[in-house]
Design a protein around this ligand. Structure first.
Ligand code: NAD
Length: 481
């Protein structure tokens, strides 16, 4: 039994959830405590009480603690990757990449503890100086999705702590194992009691407390657009005062392939972006926008390489595509495949569920490729969040750009071209927070800002030095000596 971590104590919950391996549903990973409302409130009380103590720790002490956490994540990379693959279904090589990134993020913010910037301005008033400093915001609620169960918590928790905030962390219900493992590592870094708290549980039991407790100052959320809207409404409407919030939400990312693209590069980008991590990435390329002249060759090359993406147990050698995370996500993927067919797109590869692989019952789905899709179809407008991609044929680069931007989302967008001029134009005109030239739409560096526009993101950027904006207040002081 795995407990919640509140005020530096491991505590039993209201009841327990059973954590199941999506690659083999007979395999139970463990039983995880589900917190009740009172426990969530206790976590906020503890975080609020710890705030001045944690703030009083100097930057070197904070840096040492984060560095220790990062080192342990990296040292236990194989074990954590195995847990991640077993719990979430991410193929082992992708899971190893995610653990590396989580460790690197803690290391990066260990360094940032020692680089808190400020500014001194000359005043327009004689004798006066203007000083701009940064202060922690207070208690931060961290709410994360299931698809990056280590990296996303890391990229919120590490900067929150680095800049002197305390944390109440609520992971997605499907992935308590990774959250618990990360918490166990943090629990041994010697932080003051209450600085970091884990409350696993159902959003219907504790969601209101996580968004409305009067002691929280900020909410950092990643998840679906629908939940993001609820978070925003709760944060703005909170009785007793608004809370600061940042939202990272869905994507419907285009990968454009132009006439002059290096076809091998384009196909590699498309396969990686659309299908790796089972397509369960907010940055996945679910729309492949291909110009007329290269369309048939692109589709033929995709069909030639798709069979090399072996579907199987996330932890088996040679598996490139693990299972879908659970039964309801699999149902959603299959429903979208039906929508695609009924709207007239042509399914040219995969798209069927596989009940079991090598005798293991799991939520397996053969990656799906549609052709003949048009931008207005549901499969080209709504986030599917599975290994499903659709090719949209366009006349030329101008139409490709229009179609690429024809989406309510704006997280990541890619273009494959050998023309510097076209690359520059797409970089300028794609309406997305991140643009990839001859690179998959998914896959980012841990020290660079991450985020989108339109319905994909709201508020300050995450990661890298840009994380400072959300996790600190700016204070402007005028000093007349
Ligand atoms: P989700 O919105 O269902 O849940 C996200 C988190 O919010 C979970 O921890 C959940 O328990 C919690 N939650 C749900 N309702 C809540 C409520 N009323 N109050 C408080 N908390 C609540 O999302 P998901 O299915 O876990 O994740 C998939 C989504 O996440 C996709 O849309 C994907 O694109 C998005 N995502 C975005 C990014 C990004 O950085 N833009 C990264 C990864 C995933």
């Amino acid at each position: 039994m795995y407990h919640n971590f509140i005020n530096s104590e491991w505590v039993e919950g209201l009841d327990v959830s059973t954590n199941i391996n999506p690659s083999d549903t007979r395999d139970i990973i463990g039983h995880y405590a589900r917190a009740c409302e009172t426990q969530a409130r206790t976590a906020f009380a503890a975080a609020s009480q710890a705030f001045p103590t944690w703030g009083a720790w100097g930057p070197q002490q904070r840096s040492d603690a984060l560095d220790m956490i990062g080192s342990e994540i990296l040292a236990r990379r194989d074990e954590l990757a195995d847990l991640l693959a077993r719990e979430e279904g991410k193929a082992l090589q992708d899971a190893r990449g995610e653990v590396l990134r989580a460790g690197q993020i803690f290391k990066f913010f260990a360094g940032e503890c020692l680089r808190l910037p400020g500014e001194l301005l000359a005043s327009t008033r004689p004798g006066m100086t203007v000083e701009i400093t940064r202060e922690p915001v207070g208690v931060v609620t961290v709410i994360t999705p299931w698809n990056f169960p280590l990296a996303i918590p890391a990229w919120k928790i590490a900067p929150a702590l680095a800049y002197g905030n305390t944390v109440v962390f609520k992971p997605a219900e499907l992935v308590p194992g990774c959250a618990w493992a990360l918490t166990e590592i943090i629990s041994r870094a010697g932080l003051p009691a209450g600085t970091f708290n884990l409350v696993m549980g159902r959003s219907r039991d504790i969601g209101n407390v996580l968004l409305e407790d009067p002691r929280l100052s900020a909410i950092s959320f990643t998840g679906s657009e629908a939940t993001g809207r609820k978070v925003a409404q709760a944060a703005i409407g909170r009785p007793g005062g608004m809370a600061r919030f940042q939202l990272e939400m869905g994507g419907k990312n285009p990968l454009v392939v132009l006439d002059d693209a290096d076809l091998e590069v384009a196909v590699s980008c498309a396969l990686d972006g659309a299908y790796h991590a089972t397509g369960q990435r907010c940055t996945a390329s679910s729309r492949l926008i291909v110009t007329d002249k290269v369309h048939d060759r692109f589709v033929a090359a995709m069909l030639a390489r798709l069979p090399s993406l072996k579907v199987g147990d996330a932890r088996s050698n040679g598996t490139r595509i693990g299972p879908v995370v659970d039964a309801s996500q699999l149902d959603q993927d299959l429903a979208y495949i039906q929508h695609g067919l009924s709207e007239g797109a042509q399914l040219v590869y995969g798209g069927h569920a596989l009940q079991e692989i090598e005798g293991k019952p799991g939520f397996y789905l053969q990656p799906a490729l549609f052709i003949g899709a048009s931008s207005s179809m549901r499969i080209c407008q709504e986030e599917i969040f599975g290994p499903v991609a659709a090719v949209i044929r366009v006349a030329d680069a101008d139409e490709a750009l229009t179609v690429a931007n024809d989406t309510p989302f704006g997280l990541s967008a890619g273009v494959c071209t050998t023309s510097i001029k076209r690359a520059a134009q797409f970089k300028r005109e794609l309406q997305a927070g991140m643009v990839m030239v001859n690179a998959p739409t998914a896959g980012v560096d841990p020290h660079a800002p991450f985020g989108g526009r339109k319905s994909s993101s709201y508020g300050a950027r995450e990661q890298g030095r840009y994380a400072l904006e959300f996790f600190t207040h700016v204070k402007t002081s005028y000093i007349n000596p």
